[in-house]
Design a protein around this ligand. Sequence first.
Ligand code: NAG
Length: 289
Amino acid sequence: MSKEYQFEPLLTEEEESNYSFTRQPKAPRRWSLSILLSICLIISTSLNLFQAIANVPAPLEHESKPTECRSEYANLKDNEISVKWLQSSAYTSLNISERDHMWDAINHDSGIVAVPKEWAAQKGLDMGADFPWDKSKTIYFVNAFHSLHCIKNIYRSMMEYREGLPQTFDQHHLVHCLDQLRADTECAADDTLRVTTPSREKSTAVGQVRQCRSFDQLRAWTVDHSGCYRYGNPTFEDAQDSQLPRKRYCPEGSPDLDTVRAYYGKGPDWTPANDPVWSWFDEDEKRGQ
Ligand SMILES: *[C@@H]1O[C@H](CO)[C@@H](O)[C@H](O)[C@H]1NC(C)=O
């Protein structure tokens, strides 16, 4: 560290119109402490160098460079993309039908992934369920997609309540969803500072840019490790004895697609992923007709 900054803890009344932080005059140097700290720094740096030379790990495929922070499983770069916070978006549109379409279009199916059991063991993961089309793989649900599933269901429940329609998801499922989002929020402990304005309007961070991981890259990773899963209509599919048909949606190019075709006695023209995606919005439209 070459510079020492001291920040004032809070702005006082008179300083409120002048938001800049001021630099405090430096205290007189305490030479004995500086010398002691310098010696500690030299010793610490030497030890680090020795450790680096003596213990260089072999580079692994897809392994991150030591200076970059990468996520544990999909190898996503931290702070890769700039995203602007908005006070409103298509998801908050006052046109309810337009807004419903947006929430309905959130697709979390690809969040069910199948990965080699050997890789999962190397990562120290508890084994998930067997992947039905290849027993060397095990199934997981990527957390961001689980959260999207929760958010989508909570929106739907709220709209059903508003429209006086029967609830699709029971209260226990929805409260579980809220609890997972609560736990996610605490786990991320996101310390991004939302910019405030002096206006009476209770809005913060409008137009502010923050750095995020790339959700597109996470989605691409899930598609590359497809668990061939699709949710479907919860009141119909959840009630079926066999859940296997939900796991038939292997995408084109998936190494497991031929196994699925053989199981269902279908030819090479059959691509289950092309079957229409179930949509509660379309169901409601049909009901309304
Ligand atoms: C709402 O949006 C839909 C689809 O974009 C459009 O067809 C409809 O006219 C809009 N309704 C109103 C009241 O603006």
